[in-house]
Design a protein around this ligand. Structure first.
Ligand code: DAK
Length: 264
């Protein structure tokens, strides 16, 4: 697929290896319709296929929204079968982000509601602008979340706070989101992208395979015993000693120079 084929997204390489996907439906507050979800999926695969790709950032176009949810206009008249299929399209895209070989950071610039919040939570972590507004207001529309929010929100903020947000449908601002651990940092809106790129550069300087192991280990920690998680850590730690980057990282330390990682 050619980059030009992505009509609902912008894809740009901001710095060597640092890719940004910008959802591009600003008039609909970047609401997630089927086409956006499918293009997002393809865009992630496309970026992963760029051999030098190191970190992926996702944000929304315009200054009002990251994404104000799944597209209500598109969903309104669906029957149960169509709704289930639509949910599966969203679930597949969210899972594809979560399982990406790349670290993925959500840059939340404004409304981040419903499917938008589910998208942000499928990223490794969330950086927010000070105008960000988070929430899972699906119950106010007569439905539960459909793109994994009921499962990812408790893992982020704990079951009690997740239940409060899911059952009330109430929104929280950036500061509150920071306090409950939904986002990691809050920046002035004008600085969000720059600060996100800075953090992406810091990450990109580290060894790609070690990053991927960390990502998998953190995700696995939510679903298994500490014994199994630690066993997995031991295995991946051992595996990393078969990489050139481990030799380079430790040699560079002893030679008092900066390591040059290649991913090998
Ligand atoms: N879908 C479609 N269009 C949306 C939208 C959305 N989620 N959110 C906003 N828009 C559109 C508005 O319709 C409006 O379009 P025009 O009328 O100009 O054509 C434009 O974006 C600007 O919105 P507003 O005029 O409303 O802007 P305001 O600043 O006044 O308000 C707002 C901003 C974010 C507070 C408001 O737009 C709002 O409340 N939006 C809806 C937020 C929301 O409820 N989000 C959750 C959506 S539900 C499932 C699958 C998926 C899901 C659930 C189940 N299954 C298959 C089981 C997921 C559900 C959701 O995500």
């Amino acid at each position: 697929m050619n980059v030009a084929a992505f009509t609902q997204l912008f894809i740009t390489e901001q710095q060597p290896g640092i890719w940004l996907i910008t959802l591009n439906r600003p008039k609909a507050l970047n609401a997630l319709n089927r086409q956006v979800l499918e293009q997002l999926h393809s865009a992630i695969v496309w970026i992963e296929n760029q051999p030098d790709a190191r970190v992926l950032l996702i944000t929304g176009s315009g200054d009002k929204a990251f994404a104000a949810g799944a597209d209500i206009a598109e969903m309104k008249d669906m029957n149960a079968q169509q709704a289930r299929e639509f949910s599966q399209v969203g679930m597949t895209t969210m899972h594809r982000i979560e399982s990406s070989r790349l670290p993925v950071i959500a840059l939340v610039n404004g409304f981040c509601l419903g499917g938008g919040c589910e998208l942000a939570m499928s990223c490794d972590f969330i950086l927010a602008a000070d105008n960000a507004v988070f929430g899972q207001p699906e119950v106010t529309l007569g439905v539960p979340p459909g793109f994994g929010g009921s499962q990812r929100l408790p893992r982020r903020v704990g079951p009690g706070m997740a239940a409060q947000l899911l059952l009330t449908g109430e929104k929280v601002n950036a500061e509150q989101a920071l306090n409950i651990g939904l986002c990691n940092q809050v920046y002035p809106a004008q600085q969000l992208q720059e600060r996100g790129i800075d953090m992406a550069i810091t990450i990109a300087n580290n060894a790609p395979q070690a990053l991927y192991h960390c990502k998998r280990l953190v995700q696995a920690s939510a679903d298994q015993s500490i014994e199994n998680g630690c066993r997995m850590e031991s295995d991946l730690f051992g595996l990393s000693f078969a990489t050139e980057d481990q030799t380079e990282g430790m040699t560079a330390f002893t030679e008092r120079r900066k390591a040059q990682f290649t991913g090998a």
